[in-house]
Design a protein. Structure first.
Ligand code: GLN
Ligand code: ZN
Length: 762
């Protein structure tokens, strides 16, 4: 069986690429130095994959910023506004064009906006969205893929496998500018250029080319399905002799199995870690000469592969197709895995023995092949590791499981319906019309960050740290009182990150030192690992919230992160349904909510910005997800008395198709991000006659710009036309931790002024 890989993490185990790019952007290193780092990283990764025994090693999976952006450069889909970056500025090269498209260009008298960025399917990776116009032209522009092929070949001494995004998925990933056409109709113009690139690779000596077509595993329209048939018929006709592998991942083929199997290519790759059931249908439908690549090692998680499971799939495929038509690989590109487990020196040894990062995942692919060839010792060792994890008392805590199973509908329900609660809460809180508040965090200054770093290093005592955090909190409270906010927050100065902060205090979580995964460009995230049943050993936020409330007569809003967001932004265990883990976290948050209520806190916010992003990729799966996600939130929120006001907050979401479920969360108040859409996102709530209170963000926190009073009054006026004024709150779009103090103060002063003016006018 051929063993291969679909893509390797680019950053380097020590995030070398991040550092080099950021230095280049700051002008601290030159292009040559940047390229040296990139070359070294690619070579290291090629050799590492070769040493791991991979037969086909990917190239062109590397990117300075994003591989979708690289496709736009390859195919000459560069929006006109970037022309001056190369034509007008002497010395600029393709790399500068690439970064200009990704990040915008504000230099040398030019001011060009960046291209849009969006989430890569259901991962936390973000790609640069191709922009297409009605008269879009394509041409071969960048040589990156050809250079990568030559370099990899030279480095490896064997023929590498270039990776490209397939033509149909490339178009579907993009967005029409100017309207009046559908991007799929650009296929006719794209194909000749795309085929020219393939021919050029073939001339350079390429044998295999991997074309990623993740959309084959998504819901497809008839026109999209037809585009696949047409594109691959044309490619097959014109690129005879080139071995094409079409790679699908993140979902099963399901109703597209026959379509995918019928494409005239040499090999089809399936992500069996996402959907093992597709294997039978594909085995039946596969034409006699097509090979099948089995993605058996999970590229999205950090857990050791269960060889026994993988071998079932491999043996089934080998029985049906014969060994020479079966390949094995990770399910998807390892871009979404951290680099190397061997760097984790501080992890608990047991838990570490259950894990595999990118480097180890390749080892797993290799070992699976060895086991097929008769190496039973490897299988035995894996069986033992899997069995230890399965039986571990670290993972399985019977009382937590029992409590989760005992959750009742009543636990997920407030005592009284919203109108009654609204009444009691109004009497208790005595807030003005259009109450003003913020979303939780205030600027995380260098000073505050340093405090936390010093505390971690042990350079200051707990008492010193607490005193400094108290001082920062007190300052923020005095200042909120001065400018006249109605509902205050403590500022979240004690928190590093809204998920990590809670994970560190909950049972069932561990943290890696180097488990970084690329999020976008040079940005990486280090998600916590949920390895076992989650429970809350003690209060998490009560101390700081109580302190804050004691400093003011105004209501202090407590801040928690919701169960779905904690789940979504962590590496989650794969030995139980996500919903089970979500309910366990929900119960932990519920206990915290009750502890806050007990401590006299009247308003508690449970942030759930990630509810929307957890939505499954396939329509038929979405309802079931929304049911448990909303229920998990309700379990977290609904333990309180009527007089306790529960807020939730969500950002960067479109709400149209899930508005009924948002309403079903039954938060007393929801704050959402709307300012950049000029309240357009509020339409969904208005159309639905959203019954509870709502704070549509009146200013964008992503930029340092200070919005004028009139701007915000106008937005409030707009909101008041859409929803009952008595239900409206006034707040920014999101937390302010990435902002600086001066702009934050100025913006919030204006916001309070806008609310006061609106109260008189509306
Ligand atoms: N309470 C959090 C904050 O203000 C919310 C962050 C978020 O929605 N992403 O930082
Ligand atoms: Zn937010």
């Amino acid at each position: 069986m051929l063993k291969h890989n679909l893509g390797y993490p680019r950053m380097g185990a020590h995030r070398q690429l991040k550092k080099a790019c950021e230095q280049y952007w700051q002008g601290r290193i030159g292009r040559t130095e940047l390229f040296v780092t990139a070359k070294r990283l690619q070579e290291d990764h090629w050799l590492l994959q070769q040493q791991a025994g991979m037969d086909l090693i990917p190239c062109n999976d590397f990117s300075f910023y994003d591989h979708v952006l690289d496709m736009s450069l390859l195919l000459g889909a560069v929006p006109d506004r970037y022309a001056p970056v190369v034509t007008d500025i002497p010395g600029n090269a393709e790399i500068d064009l690439c970064f200009a498209m990704a990040r915008g260009y504000q230099q040398h008298g030019l001011d060009i906006t960046a291209m849009e960025m969006t989430k890569w399917f259901d991962t936390n990776y973000h790609y640069i969205v191709p922009e297409f116009t009605a008269n879009q032209q394509f041409r071969l522009l960048s040589n990156k893929v050809f250079n990568a092929f030559d370099a990899a070949r030279h480095c490896l001494g064997t023929i590498p496998k270039p990776v490209l995004i397939g033509p149909v998925s490339y178009l579907l990933l993009g967005k029409e500018k100017g309207g009046g056409f559908h991007r799929i109709t650009l296929l006719e113009r794209l194909l000749p250029v795309y085929i020219a690139a393939l021919k050029k690779l073939q001339e350079a000596g390429a044998v295999w080319v991997q074309l990623d077509e993740p959309f084959l595993a998504m819901d497809l329209s008839e026109a999209e399905a037809a585009a696949f048939r047409h594109a691959y018929a044309e490619i097959a006709r014109q690129c005879k002799g080139l071995k094409l592998m079409v790679a699908t991942y993140f979902e099963g083929l399901r109703d597209n199995a026959a379509l995918a199997a019928s494409l005239p290519v040499c090999c089809l790759h399936l992500d069996l870690t996402r959907d093992a059931q597709q294997l039978d249908a594909v085995l039946q439908a596969l034409p006699p000469k097509t090979s099948l690549s089995l993605g058996v090692v999970d590229g999205r998680n950090i857990w050791k592969n269960d060889y026994e499971q993988s071998l079932l799939h491999i043996r089934k495929a080998v029985r049906a197709l014969g060994e020479d038509r079966v390949m094995i690989a990770p399910g998807c590109s390892l871009l979404h895995s951290p680099a190397d487990l061997s760097l984790e020196t501080a992890l608990d040894a047991d838990i570490r023995s259950w894990m595999a990062f990118a480097k180890q995942k390749l080892q797993e692919v290799f070992e699976l092949d060895e086991i097929c060839a008769g190496n039973t010792a490897l299988l035995e060792a894996n069986r033992q590791a899997i069995a230890l994890r399965r039986a571990s008392a670290r993972v399985h805590v019977p009382v937590v499981k029992a409590r989760t199973h005992a959750i009742t509908d009543q636990d997920a329900c407030r005592r009284s319906p919203f109108p009654e609660r609204q009444h009691v809460q109004a009497a208790r809180l005595k807030l003005p019309l259009l109450p003003t508040t913020t979303i939780g965090s205030f600027p995380q200054t260098d000073e505050v960050r340093q405090l936390r770093a010093q505390r971690r290093k042990g350079a200051i005592t707990a008492a010193q740290y607490d005193a400094a955090i108290e001082a920062a909190t007190l300052d923020a409270i005095r200042w909120q009182e001065e400018i006249g906010l109605d509902v205050l927050v403590h500022g979240e100065f004690e928190r590093n990150d809204m998920v990590e902060y809670f994970g560190e205090m909950l049972n069932g979580f561990v943290f890696t030192q180097n488990g970084w995964v690329q999020s976008y460009g040079s940005r990486c995230v280090k998600p916590p690992v949920i390895y076992g049943d989650v429970s809350r050993p003690e209060d998490m936020t009560v101390r700081w919230t109580k302190y804050a409330q004691a400093q003011t007569k105004l209501p202090m809003k407590a801040m928690l992160t919701g169960p779905v967001t904690i789940l979504q932004w962590s590496f989650v265990r794969d030995d139980q349904p996500r919903s089970d883990t979500a309910y366990q976290i929900a119960l932990a948050i519920r206990d915290e909510v009750l502890a806050l209520e007990q401590a006299g806190i009247g308003i508690i916010q449970i942030d759930e910005p990630a509810i929307r992003e957890g939505l499954p990729l396939r329509k038929p799966d979405q309802e079931a997800y929304l049911q448990w996600a909303v229920r998990a939130f309700r379990v977290a929120a609904c333990g309180v008395k009527d007089e306790t006001q529960v807020h939730t907050h969500m950002c960067y979401s479109e709400f149209n198709d899930i508005i009924a479920h948002i309403a079903d969360m039954d938060a007393d108040v929801i704050t959402i991000e709307t300012s950049r859409s000029q309240m357009e996102l509020l339409q969904a709530f208005a159309g639905f006659r959203y019954p509870n209170e709502i704070g549509p963000g009146v200013y964008d926190i992503h930029s340092p710009r200070v919005p004028a009073v009139a701007e915000m009054t106008a937005l409030l006026q707009k909101a008041a036309e859409l929803l009952p004024v008595r239900n409206l709150w006034v707040n920014p779009d999101c937390g302010l931790k990435t902002r600086k103090w001066p702009e934050t103060k100025a913006a919030l002063e204006n916001m309070v002024a806008a609310a006061r003016e609106a109260r008189l006018r509306i």
